[in-house]
Each structure stands twice: as C-alpha cells, then as structure tokens.
Ligand binder design. Structure first.
Ligand SMILES: *Cc1c(COP(=O)(O)O)cnc(C)c1O
Length: 358
C-alpha cells in the first residue's frame, strides 16, 4: 500500500462497490438498463413541477430538519416525528446506523449475498464483518445469524425483500429471531423494496417496529417512489436511537428538491402502491416464465428477479443480454434482472429460451 499519505489501513479491506452497468449499444435496438432496480415508470404527475418550484432559490440551504417531510412521514406511518430520521437515501441511514454502533473491536452480522453496501459500511467502521450465507432458497439463515451474535456484536442487518435473491423475511422468522437477540443489539430491517412484496407472510416492518424497541427500519423513496436520482429515504427508530442517528447524518444532506419530491410523492402514495403492485404482477409472470424454462429463480418479492447460475453461465447470460442492448446485473452466483419495460423483459426471455435450449 502507498505510504505517501497517512491513510487508514482499513481502506485495503473495502470490497469494491460495483454500480449497475449502463446498457451497451446494439444497432437498431432501444437500450434498457435493468441493472440497478430503478423504477421504469415516468414520474407521477406533479413531481417534476414540485422539484422545480422548490428549487427556485438554489443559493438557499435546505431545511436541515426536513420538518415538513418528517411530519408527513410520521402521519403516514402513525409514528411520532421524533422516531423518523430523514437521510440522503436509505444508504445514508444505513451508514448512520453503522456509525452509531460500530468501531474496531465490534462486529456486525448480516446475510450474504445481500445489499453490497453492508460489507463496505462495516469495513468503513473497522468492525468485524460476519456475513452469514443465505439458505439455498435465497432466504436469510436466522439460526446461522443467531450463532454469529456474541458480546462484540452491535448491529444486525436484515434485508426484506433481500436484494439480490428476492425473498421477504417472514413475520414468524423475525419474531423467532428477535426473541433471541440481546435487547441492546440494534437490528436494522432494510425495507428498500417493501412496497413490491406480495407474500402474505412477509413481515410488516412497521408492526415489528412497534413490537421491538431495538428494531430500526430503513426505507427509501428511490425504488417504488422512483426518486433514486434525488437521494431521499428515512429511518424509523426508537427516539433514543433516532437522536443518535441525527447526530451523525450529514447536515443538509436531503436537498430542497428531494424534500419537495418526497412530500409530493407521499401525497400520492396510493398511486405509488398501485404502480408497485403492477411491477409485482409483471415480476411474477417473468419469474414464472423463467422457472418454466427450468431456471432456478427464488421467490421474488422486490422489483427484480434473481436467476441462480454458475459464474460462467452468469457471465454468458449477461453478455447475451448486453448484445440485445439490455444491461442486467451479474453478481457472484447468478444474475439479477430488474423489472422494466415489457420490451426489455421480452428480450431477456428470448435470451433465457436460447440458454434453456442448449
Ligand atoms: C437501493 C437499496 C437501498 C437504498 O438505496 P437509496 O437510494 O440509498 O435509498 C437500500 N437497501 C437496499 C437493499 C437497496 O437495494
């Protein structure tokens, strides 16, 4: 490692974050990006207007407390505003959670594969990373995670629905787990995709939050609300944890435009949820088609589908989609395809049929 500057040794331990690739050009084909789980619908009416109206004075700092948005989120969820912490995406809330709990000598337990930010954030705090492999069906191994918790553990991360594999955490699974986790250990439930879940047994994060003081929810306007480019999300936490989170979240991180867009979108949450269910219906058809072709597709509850493939097949599948101007996400153990326009999914279906015929 370079010794020119006094950088932290821990930087060598960071796993790289690989963002979803843009689609490659293919002559005559409209390009589609199905690699970042972005919302493919046009913005809801009123969103871009609300952003434009709110950002007339770019010289002015945003409201540092996002007070209006926080009040609206609290009313929507029926929680106290002191329990809502806004951030620049759920990513900032997750980062703040690692900041208030982790340091050298502590450990964090999380499922793997899951959201790629988890090991990066853990590395950033110098904590010991305890990644617990998922079960073969892509679900969290709660017994395995419990076995990894000891008196150094300060944080547990759960992802429901799990990105990239798809299943939601079930209420019974979470209840069984929470009964065994020490009450002082913070458990974060990352619900970035909760709006897309249709599994009747999927955990209701809000109900669980009311039940367990040490459970923190991380939610976002990036996915179902389609505001990823504006960076806004929030945590829902016991007021004491929320106060600690506010101490470490960067001041002014939620911009004026992001606050306005989130407010407007929340006012139209009924439409947001209808769209999410449309995405879910498309997802279910797509997953069923892939399973019919013989692919191993775990229960899909987000706005994406996981196709388990060995690494060689995954690379070939990604290349075949790229040749059709469709970017998908290749990760260790398979590929993840975000739900997007029908035309894009049909091209992936065609690639899948060709693979199945081999
Ligand atoms: C996209 C995503 C997030 C958060 O994204 P933000 O844009 O930072 O809100 C959090 N968790 C998971 C699992 C995600 O896939």
């Amino acid at each position: 490692m370079s010794k020119r500057f006094l950088l932290r040794d821990a930087l060598t331990q960071f796993p790289p974050y690989k963002p979803g690739k843009p689609p490659s050009d293919a002559p005559g084909l409209a390009p589609y990006k199905l690699s970042s789980n972005e919302n493919h619908f046009a913005p809801l009416p009123g969103i871009t207007e609300a952003v434009a109206a709110a950002t007339q004075v770019p010289a002015a700092y945003p409201d540092p407390k996002s007070a209006k948005l926080v009040a609206e989120i609290a009313a929507y969820l029926d929680v106290d505003p002191s329990e809502v912490v806004p951030g620049a995406g759920a990513s900032e809330i997750l980062s703040a959670l690692t900041n208030i709990t982790l340091e050298a000598g502590t450990s964090v337990v999380y499922p793997w594969p899951s959201f790629e930010m988890y090991p990066i954030l853990a590395s950033a705090r110098g904590a010991e990373k305890r990644a617990v492999p998922l079960l073969p069906d892509g679900r969290h191994d709660f017994a395995g995670m419990l076995a990894e918790i000891d008196d150094t553990t300060r944080l547990v991360l759960l992802c429901s629905p799990n990105n990239p594999t798809g299943p939601s955490v079930r209420t019974s699974e979470l209840d069984g787990f929470m009964a065994e986790v020490p009450a002082g250990v913070i458990v974060a439930l990352d619900e970035a995709y909760w709006e897309f879940a249709t599994d009747a047994e999927a955990v209701d994060g809000l109900a669980a939050f009311r039940k367990y003081d040490n459970l923190v929810l991380a939610r976002t306007f990036s996915k179902a609300h389609g505001l990823a480019g504006l960076r806004v999300g929030y945590g829902v936490a016991d007021a004491e944890i929320a106060t600690a989170l506010r101490q470490v979240v960067a001041p002014f991180s939620v911009t004026t435009g992001a606050q306005a867009a989130a407010s407007e979108s929340l006012a139209r949450v009924g439409e947001v949820l209808v769209r999410a269910k449309e995405v879910a219906a498309t997802r279910d058809r797509f997953a069923a088609d892939l399973r019919d072709l013989g692919f191993d597709v775990p229960d899909a509850q987000g706005n994406y589908v996981w196709i388990a493939l060995d690494d060689e097949a995954a690379a070939a599948f990604e290349d075949a989609c790229a040749a059709q101007a469709v970017a998908i996400r290749r990760l260790s153990g398979g590929v993840r395809v975000s739900i997007g326009a029908d035309e894009a999914l049909d091209r992936v279906r065609a690639v899948a049929r060709e693979f199945a015929a081999r």
